[in-house]
Design a protein around this ligand. Structure first.
Ligand code: PAF
Length: 281
């Protein structure tokens, strides 16, 4: 496994691979790898000749400086895990390598996709994601890039980015990977105290219970029901629970069966912000 820190070395390495006719599967990450990431990587390795992974904590997608400071980082541990899934090349640039300019001015317009949920609560977040993902795609030139559905809105934004920029690659969505107690895997879970970790499965359990009520309640009633459930659990501060269609991510008042309906949640447990989602239709 090769670890490269510069854009030019990485481009060179991947150009050689392309000349040999190899296909490139890419998994972009911010490190602190867990089984969720490794699942994407195993799939990418199986479906392509070469697996490329980036490890870069992207400062411009953090709207909260404290969150950026506390984001877990351990490249040596990540490299061991990357070796275990047969990663061929790790791109681990510095912030200066990715952002040589003084201020990033590139701006994308994702319309309504970015005005709801994560976009509303984390101003600038998706622009930061889009800037880094576009740069990473240009460096890695993957045939396929793999993203987890836990960040469902991010996935929608990236699909839109690829469309707007006419990028010649396939975005492969991958199902949420959960711990045995249902908690969606996330690098942020590392920051939960043991007590908080024990409470965390409440999120998925509540979403599952809500899905069971979908035939007897309207979307509005379900939103109220989930909101009330969270109020009964003082350890959590619910930021939002929304039912939205699965394509444009706009709130639904009636069950949207054609496009699909998904329930999205973001909640603080202590000072850790967790997100999750579940399909209703
Ligand atoms: O999902 C993530 O880990 C990040 O948002 C990504 C896609 C690696 C961009 O920094």
């Amino acid at each position: 496994m090769k670890t490269l820190n510069t854009i030019s070395q990485t481009k060179q390495f991947l150009l050689e691979a392309k000349k040999e006719g190899k296909s490139i599967g890419f998994v972009p990450t911010m490190g602190a790898l867990h089984e969720g990431h490794l699942t994407l990587m195993r799939r990418a390795k199986k479906e392509n000749d070469l697996l490329a992974v980036s490890v870069f904590v992207n400062p411009i997608q953090f709207n909260n400086p404290e969150d950026l400071k506390k984001y877990p980082r351990d490249l040596e541990k990540d490299k061991q895990l990357l070796k275990s899934v047969g990663c061929d090349v790790v791109f681990a640039p510095t912030v200066d390598e990715m952002y040589p300019e003084e201020k990033v001015t590139e701006h994308f317009d994702f319309g309504k996709l970015e005005t709801v949920m994560e976009g509303a609560f984390r101003p600038g977040h998706f622009n930061g994601v889009a800037v880094v993902v576009k740069r990473l795609f240009n460096i890695i030139t993957p045939d396929k890039a793999y993203f987890g559905e836990k960040d469902f809105q991010q996935l929608a934004i990236i699909k839109q980015l690829v469309k707007m920029e006419n990028m010649p690659l396939e975005i492969v969505p991958c199902a949420i990977v959960r711990e045995s107690d249902g908690l969606a895997m996330s690098s942020r879970n590392e920051r939960l105290t043991p007590d908080e970790r024990a409470l965390a499965p409440f999120i998925h359990q509540t979403l599952q219970q809500a899905v069971r009520l979908k035939t007897e309640k309207s979307p509005l009633e379900i939103v109220q029901w989930v909101t009330d459930k969270f109020k009964e659990q003082p350890a959590f501060t619910l930021e939002y629970f929304e039912l939205a269609d699965a394509v444009f991510l706009q709130p639904v008042k009636r069950w949207e069966k054609a496009k699909g309906t998904i329930g999205f949640v973001a909640a603080f447990l202590g000072d850790v912000r967790l997100i999750d989602n579940i399909r209703f239709y």
